[in-house]
Ligand binder design. Structure first.
Ligand code: HDE
Length: 703
């Protein structure tokens, strides 16, 4: 629970419904105490169960009804509470109270998710991630329901069921789970060229985030800020993690999916429990209403970004997630987001994808949460007061008083307010046109920004994209689907199309479909993201005989920088240190963990310890696997010999004669005193902060 001084109005509201049960007597739903819950009431010890056993019936009936429909998209998610703090008074842009004063704090609840996999699927699949934030503002709830990618697959919401049906497991055999790598998805995608830009994002490292804490968020659509005078400004919302945007590599994601399917959920939970509260900055791109047509794309087209080089990001606040939910179902599962939940000062545009979403979310909550009163569920309740004329329906929890439930009324009840009194007033956009099922020509360019994204990637990001297409399309059985997709990619970049084609047995296109325009947007690459050693997890491989004197200063240095080091040993318990034989507690037995669950691997010194690690083939393999995944690796003293045996290609290690070497994220030290250990520790910390080391031969770190 948040400390008293950080408690928000929402926390206080939730207090009213929190219940602790430790030490209490078990009761029925009616509050009657129960003396026995291990046997049903029977007619004789070996007789039939009696229908009058109200406790049995209630227990089983409740159990039978414990599932609610999972979300059709984004079923697998993880949530957290937090607070948003505004940097400055933005009243000239928007009348939203949340942005009305520097330092103003607003409670939030955030739910991160994958899109495609069912509720129990693995976290680390290749997918878009949801990033949905509910702001409990004093003027009502504002939901910013975004993704970790700034663009979407389709331009009109009417295509959403087609998109989702194509990517979900196939109709006849319900395979594959949580994966786009199958025929129906790529059939649809290859026939839907507007999806190309988003496909590049999904196949890039953004599709496999290291952590929810290291992921950007985007509102995707162009929204409007509206000030008290009714003047509007177009706005795009961006969440930027202070820890930087970082990703896994593909081989690693697949192994994690087996070793710890809850990898991202656990990471978020543990970070918050440890007080490592993740922080994102909210930034906006602002476009004056008059510049609506100033770009070479349509601001209403959700398959387009506004390049940051054209319209810079303006940071307007920061969000800190500081409390885990008390109960997953009550909070994370029942939270109901809706892009239509806006407050005065925030308005929509005619983006046809957004317009469709404004219908879909309310509709889906009705079936998922069983009726129209879901806004009364504690996690969904606004902190603003609610007064309306809706009294009935399933799950009514309030006792609304008064005689009528209508307006106008001369017999009492809630009255409408004016905008000056805080009422929502829709932006008065002028609209005219014929009724027509058609798309604007301004939505026609499906490739320029895909090319812009491709051009902006570093070598290792481009390689990730090529490998991803080879994997995804390599799982497609229908040859003409592979071919059509290569043809689409040939409109993005010729080399991309050729390299993908060569990997999947398709004849490479002979010439580009269009010339690459050569433009870049450096902000799109993850190559120069902020990064830090803070909250990174380091596996320290050790066994009996570990040399604590050389290890401890390194552990202290890393802990001081905010990393979490875990001693991983052949068995649980504690290790005998070399020399004094003092015990060193083991954090994890090797059979419960894996190299892929850590950011870095350190082989501790001590001849016996290294022999203990070496004798466990599996454990000795950890540095090799970490090397393949471009992770930092370090070894002290006799630990370096183990790395020599693994003959990590293309890097230099400290030799038997001693010394310190730091090469492509592999840091080794043989011999030396306190000064050398200190240099070693800070070099290892820097290597961890760099996240991954793609300066190793790329062929080795590829999937
Ligand atoms: Fe969603 N989306 N979506 N979506 N979406 C849902 O609402 C929908 C889209 C997003 O953690 C559903 O409550 C349509 C874009 C997130 O609870 C549903 C279209 C973006 C979440 C729905 C889109 C999103 C959802 C399913 C095309 C990024 C999870 C359950 C027009 C800007 C929220 C639910 C959570 C969930 C409809 C496209 C983000 C069915 C019709 C674009 C983060 O209503």
């Amino acid at each position: 629970m948040a400390d008293d001084h950080t408690r928000t109005e929402k926390d206080r509201q939730l207090d009213e419904v929190r219940r602790d049960h430790d030490g209490a007597h078990l009761t029925t739903d009616q509050g009657v105490k129960v003396d026995h819950t291990d046997d049903s009431l029977k007619a004789g010890e070996r007789g039939p169960t009696l229908i009058e056993d109200f406790h049995f019936r209630e227990k089983l009936t409740h159990f039978d009804h414990e599932r609610i429909p999972e979300r059709i998209v984004h079923p697998r998610g993880s949530g957290a509470h937090g607070v948003f703090e505004c940097y400055e008074d933005l009243h000239e842009l928007t009348r939203a109270h949340v942005f009305g004063a520097a330092g103003r704090q607003t409670p939030v609840f955030v739910r991160f998710s994958t899109v495609v996999g069912f509720r129990g699927s693995a976290d680390t699949v290749r997918d878009v991630r949801g990033f949905a934030t509910k702001f409990y503002t004093e003027e009502g709830n504002w939901d910013l329901v975004g993704n970790n990618m700034p663009v979407f697959f389709i331009q009109d919401a009417i295509k959403f069921p087609d998109l989702v049906h194509s990517i979900k497991p196939e109709q006849h055999h319900q395979m594959p789970q949580a994966s786009a790598a199958h025929d129906t998805f790529w059939d649809f995608a290859s026939l839907t060229p507007e999806s190309t830009h988003t496909l590049l994002w999904v196949t890039s490292p953004r599709g496999v985030p290291r952590s929810y804490r290291m992921m950007e968020g985007f509102g995707v659509h162009t929204f409007r800020f509206v000030n008290a005078a009714g003047e509007a400004t177009f706005v795009k919302f961006h969440w930027r993690p202070l820890l930087g945007t970082h990703s896994l590599v593909w081989d690693e994601t697949q192994k994690i999916a087996g070793k710890d399917p809850d990898f991202n959920r656990r990471d978020l939970w543990e970070a918050i429990e440890q007080g490592n509260h993740p922080v994102w900055e909210l930034a906006v791109q602002l476009v004056p209403q008059a510049d609506e047509h100033a770009f070479d794309f349509d601001l209403l087209d959700p398959t387009k970004i506004i390049p940051e080089e054209e319209v810079p990001l303006r940071p307007i606040g920061k969000m800190t997630l500081n409390r885990n939910p008390d109960n997953f179902f009550a909070e994370t599962e029942q939270v109901a987001f809706h892009p239509g939940n806006v407050v005065p000062g925030i308005d929509f545009t005619n983006d046809p994808l957004l317009q469709g979403r404004l219908f879909s979310y309310l509709d889906t909550q009705l079936i998922r949460l069983g009726g129209p009163n879901f806004a009364q569920i504690p996690i969904n309740r606004p902190v603003a007061e609610v007064h309306h004329h809706q009294r009935e329906g399933y799950g009514q929890h309030r006792i609304d008083r008064g005689r009528g439930s209508y307006f106008p009324s001369s017999l009492g009840g809630a009255e409408v307010a004016t905008p000056e009194q805080g009422a929502y007033h829709h932006y008065e956009e002028r609209v005219e046109g014929a009724k027509i099922r058609a798309r604007s020509d301004s939505f026609d360019d499906h490739y320029s920004q895909a090319t812009l994204f491709w051009n902006s990637m570093s070598d290792w990001e481009q390689q990730h994209i090529i490998d991803a297409f080879r994997f995804e399309l390599g799982k497609v059985d229908t040859m003409h689907v592979r071919e059509r997709m290569v043809d689409n990619l040939n409109h993005v970049d010729h080399r991309l199309a050729v390299e993908v084609a060569e990997g999947i047995g398709v004849a490479p296109p002979e010439r580009p479909a269009t010339d690459n325009h050569g433009r870049r947007s450096p902000a799109l690459s993850q190559a120069s993201q902020p990064s830090s050693v803070a909250t990174r997890k380091v596996a320290v491989l050790a066994a009996d005989g570990v040399d604590r004197s050389s290890l401890q200063p390194v552990l202290d240095h890393l802990a001081g920088a905010g990393a979490t080091c875990e001693i991983v040993a052949p068995t649980d318990g504690s290790l005998r240190c070399a020399g004094d034989g003092e015990p060193l507690p083991v954090d994890r037995a090797m059979n419960t963990m894996a190299s892929v669950l850590y950011d870095a691997v350190l082989v501790a010194g001590g001849d016996d310890s290294v022999e203990g690690v070496r004798s466990k083939g599996e454990l000795a393999n950890w540095p090799l696997e970490a090397f393949k995944h471009a992770k930092p690796i370090a070894a002290i003293g006799s630990g370096v010999a183990l790395l020599h045996e693994l003959s990590l290609p293309g890097v230099e290690l400290a030799g038997a004669e001693g010394g310190f070497v730091d090469d492509a994220g592999v840091v080794t030290l043989v011999g030396g005193g306190a000064d050398e250990l200190s240099t070693f520790a800070s070099a290892f910390a820097d290597a961890i902060a760099a996240h991954r080391h793609f300066d190793r031969p790329l062929a080795l770190v590829r999937a």
